[in-house]
Design a protein around this ligand. Structure first.
Ligand code: 4AD
Ligand code: MG
Length: 461
């Protein structure tokens, strides 16, 4: 078998030659003597038309095929200068590998994304989801390529953990205990020493704390793996299971962090524009009309930079437009983030130096004693796509912040050790992979950029 991609990419060497492809029927129409099958084999965004005829032994079987059937086609590739597609296959044989029942849920008409979510196992056979999931795959590859080319070491951080990195209490608990018969201590609290891991454990919300330990050995590392959040946010940009990329760099500060984040996003945009032109054109035509122009502008200009305090001053002037009013000290909501990047700066923007109260315990305290060296990257259409910071590298300052927040030193001993044995200035960030794919494709809902979404009240398949 060859692939439709191969036929498109090296068409000259296959023209007027015998070829064999295997794929799924997208549409079929026939007459008494001949007919046309449009086949997609998933290797290339464009499908291929196959012409079959009544000299074939199984002409009757072919004529009765339904959309969705799997076929193997052998025939001659011929140019079709008059048609929309550059060539077709004049078939000698069409073998039916697997017929498709007449109730196949995907028909030639356009289906809504809502409907397609209910058939997540079949939606990758549609144009939109072929495009989304090829771009998702290429994006993952581009991110690895970006970091590997720069010498970053890929670290696999654990998914089961005993610490809450973000301190937001949004953890899925992991336990082997019988929930109907939970062992208790004398004071009535749960006795985790009887549990599989001998302590309370959960699914990780971030690989950062483990990532930092490897940065203090390899200088530059990154993680790329699944993370889990049990936050009850039923929005278009929150999932309970999502993938995150978390670089961590020793001897780096907040500026270095922004430099790498901006270079990475631009690299990834260029990579998908170059390697998935058919898919990107499709998104630009059918999903988000301004997409290509916007992405081209992003790669050719600098990201904006603003401090949280400046951002709040800008936003306060427009408080009449917001559902949640902004004042210094409040966390920025999606509506504020989007206003900044879409209306004020009209490009990606880094917001830095947030109040320490609304950020995680590990961020480096600034000299003002009120703000921390945090950075969020906001992009049009989404809002926050990256969250990061320079880390507190001073043992005593970190200890006192943890005391303030009631974090127990014994739960973070490994983390404190890093500040004891050769502590360095260091910084890192987390890129939400699904939000990145949304940004690159213009898709408006996180449920449509992850193959099998896990969101509030939804764990199908
Ligand atoms: O801002 P967050 O919570 O930062 C961290 O987890 C840090 N430990 C990262 C670091 O410094 N190494 O999450 C990082 C990014 C967000 O900017 C967002 O893009 C994405 O992860 N994210 C989510 N994506 C989908 N669904 C959710 N529920 C998400 N929560 C965060
Ligand atoms: Mg964040």
């Amino acid at each position: 078998l060859t692939t439709i991609r191969e036929l498109y990419k090296n068409r000259d060497s296959y023209m007027d030659q015998k070829v064999t492809i295997g794929g799924w029927v997208r549409s079929i129409r026939g007459s008494k003597a001949f007919g046309f099958i449009v086949v997609n084999d998933g290797t290339f965004f464009e499908p291929l038309q196959v012409v079959y005829h009544d000299k074939m032994d199984n002409f009757a079987e072919i004529s009765k095929l339904n959309v969705g059937a799997a076929v193997i086609v052998t025939g001659t590739l011929v140019a079709t200068p008059q048609a929309k597609q550059p060539f077709e296959i004049q078939a000698d044989t069409v073998e039916v590998e697997g017929a498709s029942a007449p109730d196949y849920p995907l028909q030639k008409k356009r289906h809504s994304f809502e409907y397609l979510r209910t058939i997540a196992h079949l939606r990758p056979r549609t144009n939109t989801f072929q495009a989304v999931f090829r771009v998702r795959s290429l994006t993952a590859y581009a991110i690895h390529k970006f970091f590997q080319e720069r010498g970053f070491v890929y670290v696999h951080t654990p998914l089961i953990t005993g610490s809450d990195c973000e301190g937001a209490g949004e953890m899925f608990q992991v336990t082997t205990m019988d929930l109907n018969n939970v062992p208790k201590n004398e004071d009535g609290s749960v006795d985790y020493s009887k549990d599989f891991f001998g302590k309370e454990t959960s699914l990780t919300v971030s690989g950062q704390l483990n990532g930092e330990t490897y940065a203090q050995a390899f200088r530059n590392i990154y993680t790329f793996g699944p993370t889990f959040r049990a936050e009850n946010s039923n929005t278009t940009r929150h999932a309970a299971e999502f993938w995150m990329i978390e670089p961590e760099m020793a001897f780096a500060d907040l500026d270095d962090n922004m430099f790498v984040a901006e270079a990475m996003l631009k690299y990834v945009i260029n990579y998908v524009l170059e390697n998935a032109p058919e898919e990107m054109n499709f998104f630009n035509s059918f999903v988000d009309k301004g997409l290509l122009e916007r992405l081209h502008n992003v790669v050719s200009s600098d990201f904006a930079r603003v401090t949280y305090t400046e951002a709040v001053e800008l936003l306060e002037k427009h408080n009449d437009k917001f559902e949640y009013k902004v004042t210094w000290g409040t966390d920025l909501q999606t509506e504020h983030e989007r206003y900044l990047t879409e209306e004020v700066f009209k490009r990606p923007v880094f917001v830095t130096d947030y109040p320490k109260e609304i950020k995680a315990f590990y961020m480096k305290l600034n000299d003002d004693g009120k703000t921390v060296a945090a950075v969020d990257c906001l992009v049009p259409g989404i809002g926050e796509i990256i969250g990061g910071s320079q880390r507190e590298d001073d043992y005593n300052k970190l200890k006192s912040r943890m005391d303030e927040l009631g974090l127990k030193e014994e739960d973070y001993k490994f983390y404190m050790d890093l500040r004891k044995y050769g502590s360095t200035r260091h910084a890192g960030f987390g890129l939400g992979f699904e939000r990145c794919v949304m940004y690159l494709t213009g898709m408006g809902n996180i449920r449509d950029v992850i193959p099998f979404p896990r969101t509030v009240n939804n764990c199908e398949l």
